[in-house]
Design a protein around this ligand. Structure first.
Ligand code: HEC
Length: 149
């Protein structure tokens, strides 16, 4: 009888174990993508200050921020596994209901931030300001469609 109970307990543990592991993975993915988003915000913010003129324009620094944003722009997307619209997250279920639209908006950021790196090297403030705006716009467009306020 005792043996049977023990075996039963083990079976329950084995059935539950993968569920716990999956929940951990989802929490990790949410934490990771939020951290990458925060890093994007940091780099965008440093560039914004130079575009607005509240911080003196520094070409080398601007190019570096643009390059980091460009790298970061490709990082969050793998951390949106199915089922990760629950937990400590503002991700909307539409991300998984309309994957093509989400991916288009992700691609838009990747494309515009890559252009920003090119333009940043030009030292043409008009072009830089324009391309900075195009890039920042892609953040807003995706948040409007796929992120809760
Ligand atoms: C393709 C869609 C998409 C793009 C593009 C995008 N984001 Fe996000 N962002 C999201 C989603 C979805 C969340 C919610 C993530 C969560 O809570 O799990 C988010 C969350 C955030 C957060 C909050 C993170 C936190 O700590 O809760 C910040 C800050 C952020 N994004 C900044 C940016 C910036 C800056 C850009 C552009 C450079 C950007 N995002 C581009 C989809 C996007």
């Amino acid at each position: 009888m005792k043996k049977k109970l023990l075996r039963g307990g083990l079976a329950v543990a084995l059935v539950l174990a993968p569920a716990f592991a999956a929940a951990d993975k989802i929490d990790d993915a949410i934490a990771y993508r939020k951290a990458v988003m925060e890093a994007q915000k940091w780099n965008l913010g440093r560039m914004a200050a130079m575009v607005k003129g509240t911080v003196a324009y520094d070409k080398a620094a601007f190019v570096r921020y643009a390059q980091w944003l460009d790298e970061l722009s490709r990082m969050p997307w793998e951390a949106f596994p199915k089922g990760s619209d629950v937990g400590d997250t503002k991700a909307r279920a539409d991300i998984w209901n309309k994957p093509a639209q989400f991916s288009d908006k992700a691609k838009a950021l990747e494309t515009e931030s890559a252009k920003l790196v090119e333009v940043a090297r030009s030292e043409d403030m008009g072009k830089i300001r324009f391309q900075f705006g195009q890039t920042a716009q892609t953040c807003k467009a995706c948040h409007k469609a796929f992120k809760d306020r």
